[in-house]
Ligand binder design. Structure first.
Ligand SMILES: Cc1cc2nc3c(=O)[nH]c(=O)nc-3n(C[C@H](O)[C@H](O)[C@H](O)COP(=O)(O)OP(=O)(O)OC[C@H]3O[C@@H](n4cnc5c(N)ncnc54)[C@H](O)[C@@H]3O)c2cc1C
Length: 344
């Protein structure tokens, strides 16, 4: 998202950018996403939800997102829904294929299957695809399955660090979803996400209830807490009330029915509450890292002269919580192009 947005903006400003895309197709994780590009409705809410993020960077995302969305629409990117469905947020849902095609067309020169030796703007999508970097920085108690494109493995981070870059806060944080603790493929990323932990009793493999407080609406706090449990696993135990709830217009019972790791609570090696109907073994899928390179308000990488970065290569924006990765990629993708061309 960030690289294509940067190139599209640069092209519009009269430059002739080249996008080097390591993968076999353009669009990265954006193409696989639900493609809701959003911000918190209220600024104070953003600060409260992501309290340890860089305030100046957050404010730019909050302030410039609406203009970014209008720009995408002006380029012809197809909107599927004009609301997010969450009263606390505003934004739009785009068709991911249509958005990718629009940005590729506007960017001009997109070369697949390779990378750039001397990039101007880093937009490689974070380091979640590199198990060693995930182990080093995030330190989960078990392996985290990838719930993202397979090519974002920290190339931008390594390149910038070699040039003296500084790191942001929140290197140990990530955004993801608890998924059934079984193999899944790209097509399962959204339908198999077990996004109902707030209605469940949640236990680790030892039968300890490790999440008895309030779970955030994104459930990213619960997902990150799961990553710290033995083998990075948890059990969601549900009663009839929980199964009758709905999440994004889907009944919890229907989401559970798709999970291959659901069992009768009587099969668990620890006691479950009376009324428990079903238990689902889950473990986190990592979608993107939250920590990364430190940038300034012009998207310049701090410590690495002449280098710009955008998207999940950049850290410190949704630190302490969760905010739209597509929004940050869009806003800082555009800013990075304007800065690189000195057209602020
Ligand atoms: C299932 C799913 C659902 C999601 N839903 C939402 C949502 O509704 N709303 C939201 O805000 N976010 C959502 N996201 C997250 C969102 O997709 C990411 O935050 C966003 O794509 C990050 O943008 P990016 O440009 O940093 O990374 P990407 O969009 O992943 O692009 C990075 C690109 O860099 C390429 N690359 C990697 N290394 C190199 C290299 N060395 N050289 C050249 N190219 C390289 C990759 O192949 C990739 O194409 C979702 C993600 C997934 C997987």
């Amino acid at each position: 998202m960030a690289g294509l947005s940067a190139a599209a903006r640069a092209h519009e400003l009269g430059a002739t950018p080249v996008v080097y895309e390591k993968g076999t197709r353009p669009g990265g994780s954006m193409l696989l996403s639900s493609c809701v590009i959003w911000r918190f409705r209220e600024w104070d809410d953003f600060r409260a939800e992501c309290p340890t993020g860089d305030e100046a960077l957050q404010h730019l995302v909050w302030e410039r997102l609406d203009e970014g969305i209008e720009w995408l629409e002006s380029l012809g990117a197809p909107v599927v829904e004009h609301e997010t469905g969450n009263p606390r947020t505003v934004g739009k849902r785009f068709d991911p294929r249509g958005l990718t095609d629009t940005l590729v067309r506007t960017a001009g020169d997109v070369r697949l299957g390779g990378t750039a030796a001397e990039p101007t703007i880093l937009a490689t999508g974070g380091f979640q695809g590199n198990a060693e970097l995930v182990a080093e920085h995030i330190r989960p108690a078990g392996s985290l399955r990838l719930r993202a494109n397979p090519w974002s493995s920290g190339d931008g981070l390594r390149h910038a660090l070699a040039g003296g870059a500084e790191l942001s806060a929140g290197l140990e944080e990530f955004y993801g979803r608890n998924m059934p603790d079984a193999d899944f493929s790209e097509g399962d990323f959204v339908p198999l996400a077990q996004l109902y932990g707030r209605f469940a009793r949640v236990y680790n493999e030892r039968g300890e209830e490790f999440s008895s407080g309030e779970v955030s609406w994104s459930e990213n706090d619960l997902v990150q807490a799961t990553a710290k449990q033995p083998d990075a696993r948890a059990w969601y135990v549900l009663d009839d009330d929980a199964l009758a709830q709905s999440v994004r217009e889907r009944k919890v019972a229907d989401i559970v029915a798709l999970a291959p790791t659901r069992v009768d609570p009587g099969e668990l090696p620890f006691a479950t509450p009376s009324g428990a109907r079903v238990a689902v073994r889950v473990s986190p899928g990592i979608t993107h890292t939250i920590g990364g390179l430190r940038i300034d308000e012009q998207a310049r990488v701090v410590g690495a002269d002449g280098l710009f970065a955008a998207g999940a290569d950049v850290g410190g924006i949704s630190t302490g919580g969760y905010a739209s990765g597509l929004a940050a990629a869009l806003v800082f993708g555009r800013i990075s192009a304007e800065s690189a061309l000195d057209r602020q």
